[in-house]
Design a protein around this ligand. Structure first.
Ligand code: ZN
Length: 238
């Protein structure tokens, strides 16, 4: 028997805000759709919130995440549900937080390019972002990081995606240094994000199409987390 799965519209159309889908599974306050624009929490990027509307009325989506066992299935946690499998749904994501995450996520790829050390952690949300590096000595200052990031942002660098067959996953991981937001292990093609000439890595997140869309950023702090780890925190300079 083949497992049920959700098509990742957020991968194909990261700038779309509304979509139409059908309910394929309902479990208490959780709804799964055949396709969704709602990004499921993962790789340090928060899951999207928004609204689902059916003929019964509208529901707030408060949380989006992948099923722990069937990684191809995406759940939307809603504030009330009386829906049934097969119902048609109109969905709309909350665009402001999602676009902020797309911009910060892309900015974290720029940060990766400045520091040659393995990334051990990643997080973003609320106009902030951070990466943890396995890095005993830090040779860049906050001001240098701020200056170099803003240089890259204003250089208007194109960000493109290529798709690699899932069978090539192991080979692909051998080729890249940074793997902080690995795409989920599904039967889908693996997304590889190219910030042209700056950073290349497989990544499951959502990104902007050009670095010019990222607002001016500030490196807020560099924290020492244990003997080997450095946490670099960025925020938008609004
Ligand atoms: Zn990414």
């Amino acid at each position: 028997m083949s497992e049920i799965a959700t098509t990742s519209l957020f991968d194909q159309e990261p700038y779309e805000r509304t979509f139409r889908a059908s309910i394929i599974e309902v479990k208490e306050d959780l709804i799964a759709l055949d396709r969704t624009l709602f990004y499921p929490a993962g790789g340090g990027q928060p899951g999207d919130s928004g609204e689902l509307r059916t003929k019964q009325g509208s529901m707030r989506v408060v949380e989006t995440f992948r099923d722990a066992v069937n990684r191809s299935l995406i759940w939307h946690r809603v504030d009330n549900s009386s829906e049934t499998v097969g119902d048609a749904v109109d969905g709309a994501i909350d665009w402001e937080p999602r676009y902020s995450n797309m911009r910060m996520h892309t900015c974290l790829h720029l940060l990766c390019s400045l520091i040659s050390a393995p990334v051990t952690g990643c997080g973003m949300g609320g106009e902030k972002g951070r990466l943890d590096f396995d890095l005993p000595e830090m040779d860049l200052t906050k001001d240098e990081i701020t200056r170099r990031l803003n240089e890259l942002i204003t250089s208007q660098i194109e960000v493109t995606t290529s798709l690699i067959a899932p069978q090539r996953r192991a080979e692909l991981l051998g080729l890249v240094r940074n793997r902080y937001a690995l795409p989920p292990e599904t039967s889908d093609a693996i997304k590889v994000i190219h910030v042209n000439g700056v950073d290349v890595q497989p990544c499951g997140g959502t990104h902007v199409a050009n670095t010019a869309e990222i607002p001016r950023v500030v490196c807020e702090k560099i924290e020492k987390k244990g003997r080997q780890n450095r946490r670099i925190v960025l925020r938008f300079d609004n």
